[in-house]
Design a protein around this ligand. Structure first.
Ligand SMILES: C[S@@+](CC[C@H](N)C(=O)[O-])C[C@H]1O[C@@H](n2cnc3c(N)ncnc32)[C@H](O)[C@@H]1O
Length: 227
């Protein structure tokens, strides 16, 4: 990808803040959550918390929401949303401030990918990963880079996510993963299959620089012949 293209993509994704602001990819993930989200819901890499908030407000089938991120700035932003965007002054009792439907409980946890969570804890796990392939010599080394850069391959966060997410998924659960053509769609699907997931495209959209898809990943039952 040219420097110009990368800069343009970065500009559209809110480079001026420390926290990734909702963009086209966030909207696509939210649409997939509306279609397939249910039960106990985890959003990994929540950024501003907007997708998690949509799940809590708009998706009746979602009962509980946990939003997580490695960045303390993102966790603070998501926490403000969970409290009804009261600038952090609200206390726990004000979680009911999220209006709309009888909103799901919305908690925020700081951590790396799915590490903080118990086995089989979630029915749905959604992730819009940092995915821009980045030349190591051009890495910026700040929180916005953490939000955007998928390392040299674009898959440096996607691969460990796929390797570990199955542990926190309840039986019959679903992973909703945003995949960009910039990251290499086939490489992501190959990794998902190697981790025992079947895939299905839930939503997709093409933009001038990339195509975005959200795939639903479900665990394939073990082949009886392999027992
Ligand atoms: C592309 S942004 C997506 C933000 C938000 N989910 C959205 O769709 O608008 C990726 C997010 O992943 C977070 N992130 C990066 N590395 C992470 C890690 N190892 N564990 C958890 N979150 C991480 C970044 O801080 C950033 O907020």
């Amino acid at each position: 990808m040219s420097e110009e293209t990368k800069q343009d993509l970065a500009d559209r994704r809110g480079m001026e803040t420390k926290v990734y602001q909702p963009a086209e990819d966030s909207g696509l993930l939210a649409a997939a959550v509306e279609a397939r989200g249910r039960g106990r819901f985890l959003e990994v890499g929540t950024g501003s918390g907007w997708v998690a908030e949509q799940a809590a407000r708009e998706v009746d089938a979602v009962t509980d929401v946990v939003a997580s991120d490695l960045s303390p700035h993102a966790c603070r932003a998501a926490r403000r949303r969970a409290l009804g965007d009261r600038g952090g002054d609200a206390d726990e009792s004000e979680q009911s401030a999220i209006d709309g439907r009888d909103a799901a409980i919305f908690d925020v946890v700081r951590g790396n990918l799915v590490e903080p969570f118990a086995d089989s804890a979630f029915d749905t796990v959604a992730f819009n990963p940092p995915y821009l392939p980045t030349d190591p010599e051009n890495e910026w080394g700040d929180w916005m880079e953490q939000a955007l850069s998928g390392g040299e391959s674009g898959r440096e966060l996607v691969d460990p996510f796929l390797d570990t997410v199955g542990r926190v998924l309840a039986p019959g659960g679903v992973v909703l993963l945003l995949v960009s053509s910039l990251t290499g769609y086939d490489a992501v699907i190959d990794r998902a299959e190697a981790c025992g997931f079947a895939h299905e495209v839930v939503v997709e959209e093409s933009y001038p620089f990339e195509s975005l898809s959200v795939v639903a990943l479900t665990q394939t039952p073990p082949d009886p012949g392999e027992r």
